[in-house]
Write a protein that binds this ligand. Sequence first.
Ligand code: TEU
Length: 547
Amino acid sequence: MNFENKVVYQIYPKSFYDSDNDGLGDLQGIIEKLDYLQYLGVDYIWMTPFFPSPQRDNGYDVADYRAIDPRYGTMEIFENLIKEAKKRNIDIMLDMVFNHTSTEHVWFQKALAGEEKYKNYYYFRKGKQDGSAPTNWISKFGGNAWEYVEAFDEYYLHLFDKTQADLNWENPEVRDEIVDILKFWMDKGVYGFRFDVVNLISKPEYFEDDEEGDGRRFYTDGRHVHEFLKEINERTFGKDERIITVGEMSSTSLDNCVKYAGADSHELSMVFQFHHLKVDYKNKQKWELQPFDFMELKQLFDTWQIGMQEHHAWNALFWCNHDQPRVVSRFGNDQQYHVESAKMLATAIHMMRGTPYIYQGEEIGMTNAYFTNIHEYRDVESINYFNILKAEGKEEKEIYHILQERSRDNSRTPMQWNQEAQAGFTKGTPWLQIIYNYKEINVENQIHKEGSILEYYRELIRLRKAYPIIAKGSYEPLLPEHTSVFAYKRVYENTSMIVLNNFYDTETKVQLSETGYKEILSNYPHADMEETIVLRPYETRVYYKEN
Ligand code: TEU
């Protein structure tokens, strides 16, 4: 594996930097910020989709896989972005949405026109005898997962929005189209691919009601998913070891992820799984809140780290992305211990075994948006669930509290570059409101500033390159019973590392029977390793020794 010590920076182009002041971030804006990303020290830039799209799901509804949406720029600008990034030793990772297309894609339009070839690119099925949908499956964005087409007296499947029709991967012509699309971008010098909800691409042969749930058990990690991934690996990116791939796995299992990202699986380089980001879901329901379950969080980290390492499989390590609330607000303390908790959370992830992903703004401790009015929201899922929760009779005050905690718009507010109007993101009107705290939390306030969150992230990246143990070391849990500290040990050849993370705003003690370590990183003034260590609120410490 040639990617163990690499770090990926995720950009949501719509919110990163607006070079032409139309209120939307764009590709030229990313070019203009490449020096910043080089300073940070990242190796890859993952950009969420910027292909032509009606933007119903902010680009995850793709209408043309081989072009650039004019909102974001041109193919010439994209090719320049690749070239300029390469000059800075940064490679580009594209986000490929192959579970579904936009219903405005020409394939779906031809299907609607009755062309059988293209109807077979999707899942069109007759309804039940009573005329209702083929199954009771529920879309991830609420409502039934089937949409009726009167002209055919049939329904088509959409696991997400009704404008996102699921592709039929059982059809070899669909797989051929996907192979061609991947080759098109590989030929342009793209050296990374993120595959959106790729563990949903294999559907059952027969569609039936789910009497126990929302239908996901029928299509998640489906019967042919590994076969399909092996096929596209072998026909495209598997031919070039410089290309890294990551699969977004929705509601998956460790057994499957060991296969998806096994060193010898010839499927993907690594996986995103989300179990650690559901420990604050009451009854495992995203839109029901509960305080996060710290012991479950630790247990999940330990299980996945050990499980994947035992099978030489590779994790993507992350807290944040464009679908998740900001981690410093979610699991940290964005008020009294904003800096300390942001640094602690970063350390907890970056010192583990896997490839860390930094989501834009995470490196400066950007917080949730705390919007107070539904008109401030833009995300289709958030707006749908505002209406669903209202229909369920919830008070608006409670609904706004839930949205403030859960909405995907929390992570989609524009990047906060400086204290100027609109945080330096645009000179126009931003598509989504800038967060109120941008004058305090922005790049300019932190870059080159000792002790800032930004400089701390730079140090985490530097350590990953300087200490092979971080990329190559084994992982073993420490203090599994401790109720406020997440600790683990790394070992590699004659070196070892101990990482301690106090997840709470109270001081706590830990006993370690280890000696001879020196502290190489902390979010508090340095302290030696004594037998009894007192960790201050949200204190993190990284100890290292060469035996
Ligand atoms: O996300 C799929 C996914 O599992 C999460 O989006 C989650 O289900 C959703 O946020 C509801 O909680 C991927 C993309 O990351 C997301 O932005 C897209 O909306 C989705 O797929 C459909 O393409």
